[in-house]
Write a protein that binds this ligand. Structure first.
Ligand code: HEM
Length: 534
């Protein structure tokens, strides 16, 4: 078996005779024909034209011409590393997922950190959300937790995602700004989308300019379900907590770092692993039942809300270490395909409308990005457990069924079959109601948790939020958009609205934006929301 493929993906069918570069063997064409001259193309005479007959030259240029694949439509700039997850507390009472029940079991992982808005060549220290996507190669198949370093999101329904991203990415005529939140389109969309206000507090906070990936939290964001052997479900929110704690840079440091080393975060991670100081995170869960969901102030299906740790403490159940550099950036980091719908038996979905939309979007975009429905044949995406089905053909098919049978049931008595005992069962949620396009009343409060986040920050962190808003909105040229934003801030906290209005030089404080639900002022600060521990 080839070490390139077999090292990390034994038994996945990826073992070929392809050699990684760097080994001293004879150079061949893709067809395996040894090459005699790789320095000069075939020419007629000494100074004549290059001949079409030179198949090595044509194949080499043809392959080079096709090296690029589309970058990810979001999270284009990222950095991936291998690691291992070890469980130290069983959740057997709640789930049949072996990765969460077999204490001591080491599960291989691949994690990709990313920024969201910038293109593949943008700088690392943009003020942006960071992706924190984890693939667990479990014995029951691949489980992907496609998270961010912020526990809430801008929108409540996936149908708004294309608008959010169009507004955040460069404007279609001028193609700038490339990796900044600071522009009219972004703030226009945000100021017209009150549900984004909680997320905006996080994005304007120090969390959005982390010192390194090693000092970031990760969150699964949505409420997921755990399903136990009896078919009973418990809701769960997933948290990654960095053993090194949380650290950020100041904006003025970020600007300098971006100028002097746009690769700051990826270099930091590479160097930490090289130097033998691989970063570690604890995996924590917030577990809650329907009764809690009923009595909680907000809707547990609303991805713009957190569940404060004071109400449902985060239970640490295991940890992971990220200690493995990739052998090849493109093969692994660029081709890895995470998807929220990659779950294993014992883990299921809630009806969060953002999650439901994501479940479609990732698979769909990856067909475009990786070019074939067979992208699970790429070693980084292949499961490390046995995998058998009757799916076949398509571009680059490498695992077609062997022999005559490619369907089931069949009378030949061969081939893989479903297994009612160990197979994936969807949670039998009782659903009923009219088909309708509706936003529930329980999703209507957009300001209370934004306020709770703001008051949970230390004075210096609050100042950073005010400074960031003034800086960002000062790049926004339309006065009506600036005023509309300050009108939202007036619902979040009067001090913040004052500071930003003053910083922007507004003549008078705009009236608070009409709120569908009166913002609550009785929610206490939550200790876990501040980076600076008191
Ligand atoms: C990519 C997280 C919402 C569509 C990603 C990645 C992360 C992520 C971490 C990068 C994956 C990688 O490293 O390869 C999140 C989180 C969300 C969210 C935490 C909200 C809670 C959405 C929504 C949609 C969406 C609502 C669409 C309806 C995509 C797409 C990609 C992506 C198309 C590119 C995937 C690829 O090309 O492989 N997201 N996302 N995301 N996300 Fe999201």
């Amino acid at each position: 078996a080839d070490p390139f493929y077999s090292k990390r993906n034994p038994g996945t069918g990826g073992e070929t005779h392809q050699r990684p570069s760097g080994e001293e063997t004879v150079l061949t064409t893709q067809q395996g024909v040894p090459v005699a001259d790789d320095q000069n193309s075939l020419k007629l005479g000494e100074r004549g034209p290059t001949l079409l007959e030179d198949f090595h030259f044509r194949e080499k240029i043809f392959h080079f011409d096709h090296e690029r694949i589309p970058e990810r439509v979001v999270h284009a700039r990222g950095y991936g590393v291998h690691g291992t997850f070890t469980l130290n507390k069983s959740l057997a009472k709640y789930t049949t997922a072996q990765v969460l029940t077999e204490v001591g079991e080491a599960t291989p992982m691949f994690v990709r950190f990313s920024t969201v808005a910038g293109n593949k060549g943008s700088f690392d220290l943009a003020r942006d959300v960071r992706g924190f996507a984890a693939k667990f190669y479990t014995k029951q198949g691949n489980w992907d937790l496609v998270g961010n370093n912020i526990p809430v999101f801008f929108i409540q329904d996936a149908i708004k995602f294309p608008d959010l991203i169009h507004a955040a990415k460069p404007a279609p005529d001028r193609e700038f700004p490339q990796a900044q939140t600071a522009h009219d389109n972004f703030w226009d969309f945000i100021s017209l989308t009150p549900e984004s206000m909680h997320m905006i507090m996080w994005v304007m906070s120090d969390r959005a300019i982390p010192r390194s990936y090693r000092f970031m939290e990760g969150f699964g964001v949505h409420s997921f379900r755990l399903i136990n052997a009896k078919g009973a479900s418990t809701f769960v929110k997933f948290h990654f907590k960095p053993r090194l704690g949380l650290q950020s840079v100041l904006w003025n440091e970020a600007v300098k770092i971006n100028g002097s080393d746009p690769d700051f975060h990826r270099r930091d991670l590479w160097d930490a692993i090289e130097m033998g100081a691989p970063p570690e995170w604890d995996l924590g869960v917030q577990l809650f039942d329907e009764a809690f969901a009923e009595r909680f102030e907000f809707d547990i299906l609303d991805p713009t809300k957190i569940i404060p740790e004071e109400q449902v403490p985060v239970e640490i159940i295991g940890s992971f270490v990220l200690d493995g550099r990739v052998d090849n950036f493109f093969a692994e980091t660029e081709q890895v395909a995470f998807c929220t719908q990659n779950v294993v038996p014992g883990i299921g979905f809630s009806n969060d409308p953002l999650l439901q939309g994501r479940n479609f979007s990732y698979l769909d975009t990856q067909l475009k990005r990786l070019g074939s429905p067979n992208f699970t044949h790429i070693p980084i995406n292949a499961p490390r457990c046995p995998m058998h089905n009757h799916q076949q053909d398509g571009h680059m098919a490498m695992r077609n069924p062997r022999g005559r049978v490619n369907y089931e049931p069949n009378s030949w008595g061969v081939g893989p079959k479903e297994d009612p005992k160990t197979g994936y069962r969807h949670f039998a949620a009782a659903e009923n109601g009219p088909k309708q396009q509706i936003r529930p009343e329980s999703f209507a409060d957009h300001y209370s948790q934004a306020r709770q986040f703001f008051i949970s920050q230390t004075p210096i962190e609050q100042k950073h939020i005010g400074d960031a808003l003034v800086f960002e909105l000062s790049k926004c040229l339309r006065p009506d958009i600036r005023e509309r934003m300050v009108a939202h801030l007036a619902n979040i906290h009067p001090d913040l609205a004052q500071t930003v209005a003053k910083g922007l030089g507004l003549k008078k404080l705009p009236k608070a934006h009409p709120a569908a639900v009166e913002p609550r002022t009785d929610l206490p600060p939550s200790e876990a929301l501040s980076i600076v521990k008191r």
